[in-house]
Design a protein around this ligand. Structure first.
Ligand code: FNR
Length: 354
């Protein structure tokens, strides 16, 4: 009996297996509205057997976009477009999740699709960025430090985005607190030098994340799972580390998070991370054991046998994969065959698996 293909139920949301699609920006939207590219991109993973398909970092406000081509959910037109995508995922047996995001000082950057790097000039459609403190990410424009009112607006934007996402049919809401984006910028002492109640001590630096988690939990209502994605460590001297993440994961769980999704890095350009298969699993396991929360592991988990072993050994409750799904959108169908589990094939494809 495969552990990877054992269903997981969180707040009544039933994932048919534990091999999930990690959020992946496509930089392919106009005005934040997801389109045919996003529909086919995401639906292929649902046809391919994923238990959960997490839509990419989706901006809670126009200023929260990483690039001008990011998707958003700050208005009704965007939410309606998402609803069609949710239908496509659910009708193919996958749970639909959405990662809500504000990029903070890493917003208004050039799209990787055009090979650019650094901030977009105002003349080219760029916008001023905000952050906990006026400290730039290496090579990017300097952000403006958020006022207390500005912080309240961020919380309100997460709430409104959550309501729209739930109305669109998403059953999992992931709060993006990783990869050096706004919430992570508040967590890390390298980017947060505030002297008010949102900066300084650990308790102050986690305050915004806890507020957002409580607010998203309340706005989501019953029957919706709330995840938080952390960078377990900045992998840089003087930065946020795994001990901090264990403490923060406990607080996030107390605030209503159901699962912690464990990634790393992204806060500073001089980070030291050497990726290898399963390179973030040790962090996920520590957080799972010490914070007593459900965790997902991510990072070069490209082989079905590795994914199976990690879940079977209790090192993570679920596996997120990114690039392997891009290489093989039917990753879960293949994994089920390799592991001898029932293949979660769409009925239309059954003849290929008979
Ligand atoms: C990513 N990643 C990512 N992470 C995230 O939290 N939100 C996002 O929107 C994105 N966008 C994104 C785009 C693309 C094209 C890639 C390849 C990656 C990171 C991703 O979710 C995952 O954590 C890493 O890719 C590591 O997992 P894999 O790819 O080794 O399985």
């Amino acid at each position: 009996m495969s552990s990877l293909f054992h269903p997981l139920s969180i707040r009544g949301v039933e994932m048919r297996n534990r091999l999930w699609v990690s959020p992946m920006c496509q930089y392919s939207a106009v005005d934040g509205i997801p389109n045919g590219w996003h529909l086919v991109h995401l639906a292929q993973f649902a046809s391919g057997g994923a238990g959960l398909v997490m839509a990419e970092a989706t901006a809670i406000s126009p200023e929260g976009r990483i690039t001008p081509g990011d998707v958003g959910i700050w208005n009704i037109e965007q939410a309606e477009a998402w609803a069609d995508i949710v239908d496509a995922l659910r009708s193919r047996g996958a749970v639909a999740g959405i990662q809500l995001s504000h990029a903070g000082r890493k917003a208004s950057t050039k799209s990787p699709l055009t090979g650019g790097r650094g901030s977009v000039e105002a003349a080219d459609g760029g916008w001023p960025t905000v952050a906990p403190s006026a400290i730039a990410y290496e090579g990017f424009a300097e952000p403006v430090a958020l006022s207390l009112d500005g912080i309240d607006e961020i919380v309100d934007d997460f709430v409104d985005a959550t309501r729209r996402a739930v109305a669109a049919g998403f059953q999992v809401i992931e709060i993006h607190a990783a990869h050096g984006y706004l919430l992570h910028q508040f967590l890390s002492p390298l980017s947060n030098r505030r002297s008010d109640e949102y900066g300084g001590s650990f308790e102050n630096r986690v305050r915004l994340l806890v507020r957002v988690t409580e607010a998203v939990r309340a706005a989501a209502g019953p029957g919706i799972a709330v995840f938080v994605r952390f960078s377990a460590s900045d992998a840089a001297d003087g930065g946020w580390d795994v001990d901090d993440t264990v403490r923060a994961a406990r607080l996030a769980a107390d605030a209503g998070a159901d699962l912690v999704d464990v990634s790393s890095g992204g806060l500073v350009a001089h980070q030291h991370i050497v990726p290898s298969p399963g390179y973030q699993v040790d962090d996920a396991e520590r957080i799972r054991t010490e914070a007593h929360v459900l965790t997902s592991a991510v990072g070069m988990i490209d082989e079905p046998e590795l994914a199976e072993r990690l879940v079977a050994e209790g090192r993570a409750d679920a596996i997120m994969s990114g690039r392997e799904w891009l290489r093989d959108p039917h990753y879960a169908l293949r994994a089920a065959r390799v592991l001898g589990a029932p293949v979660p094939t769409p009925a239309q494809y059954a003849r290929a698996f008979a």
